[in-house]
Design a protein around this ligand. Structure first.
Ligand SMILES: Nc1ncnc2c1ncn2[C@@H]1O[C@H](COP(=O)(O)OP(=O)(O)OP(=O)(O)O)[C@@H](O)[C@H]1O
Length: 268
């Protein structure tokens, strides 16, 4: 077991966000945490990465309670790709090399350099290595953050909406890379995603959050019209395309016609 979350609850000042969340993640698994805006997905990732401390419950990484580990030990085990990437005055190469920090002594080793070079190639960042990260697009920066998390060589990757700034090709490539790393190194990834169909395509299991607690968790069997509608409050149907379930919101055409009629009314 790579991650074991038992009865985690979290409160910001007086507002309860997470309530009694429990699930485990095995080696070689990609798990997507799904749910509407504000349900607590980022808060849960921040609890796992010790940025926040749960009010109740415990989080084990391997055999260890995450709160018993030093920051360096956490960084050796967990690679975190946040929603907001930092914009320091660093080159792409240096920003990715920083990910090796938890493994480094006082100097950069041959292994550190090889690991960084391999991540740069994997994410096709070769042409950008000397550019400054505070002068990059959101999507380029997102790829740099993922490269930095990969060179940490963590057992657990936490990815907060890793494809939010990426174009279609990069979305597919980044998620394929994450999936390939997870399978080949028998590590795990836990990610939050708003694009249900991308999540379905690249994840082994799903945690559906509603009202700060787990509504349903499991494999593709949890992707049913009634569960998606209950969680997101939107009627959908699920079709199978090339062997994968695809969630299609119902009544898009009706909403588009409504919006167009509304706009026309305003113009006249
Ligand atoms: N620092 C904070 N102080 C107080 N409340 C917060 C803080 N950060 C988040 N919240 C609140 O906690 C709830 C959960 O936020 P969180 O960011 O975890 O949701 P999310 O599921 O990741 O949302 P999204 O999909 O929009 O990114 C929200 O209601 C949010 O307003």
């Amino acid at each position: 077991m790579i991650l074991d979350i038992n009865g985690v609850s979290f409160t910001y000042r007086s507002s309860d966000v997470l309530h009694d969340v429990s699930f485990a993640v095995q080696p070689g698994e990609v798990v997507s945490i799904l749910g509407p805006n504000g349900v607590g997905k980022t808060t849960l990732l921040r609890c796992i990465n010790t940025i926040l401390a749960p009010k109740t419950g415990e989080i084990l990484v391997g055999e260890d309670n995450i709160l018993s580990l030093s920051r360096m030990e956490v960084a050796r085990r967990i690679g975190y790709v946040a929603q907001q990437c930092e914009k320091a005055r660093l080159t792409v190469f240096d920003a990715i090399l920083l990910g090796r920090r938890p493994h480094m002594g006082w100097s950069v080793s041959e292994t550190d350099l090889k690991t960084v070079e391999s991540a740069i190639r994997m994410l096709e960042l070769e042409d950008l290595t000397l550019r400054y990260i505070d002068e990059m697009s959101g999507g380029e920066l997102q790829k740099v953050s993922i490269a930095r998390a990969l060179v940490q060589e963590p057992r657990l990757l936490l990815l907060d909406e890793p494809t939010s700034s990426l174009d279609l090709k990069n979305q597919i490539e980044i998620l394929s890379t994450v999936q390939a790393v997870v399978k080949s190194h028998q590590v795990s990834a836990v990610m939050t995603m708003h694009d249900l169909n991308l999540a379905i395509r690249f994840s082994d299991r799903f945690i559906l959050l509603k009202g700060g607690t787990i509504f349903e968790a499991g494999g593709r069997d949890v992707i049913r019209p009634e569960t998606i509608e209950a969680v997101y409050g939107l009627p959908v149907h699920v079709e199978t395309v090339a062997g994968h379930p695809v969630v299609i919101p119902d009544g898009i055409e009706k909403n588009v016609v409504h919006a167009a009629a509304h706009e026309q009314q305003h113009q006249t």
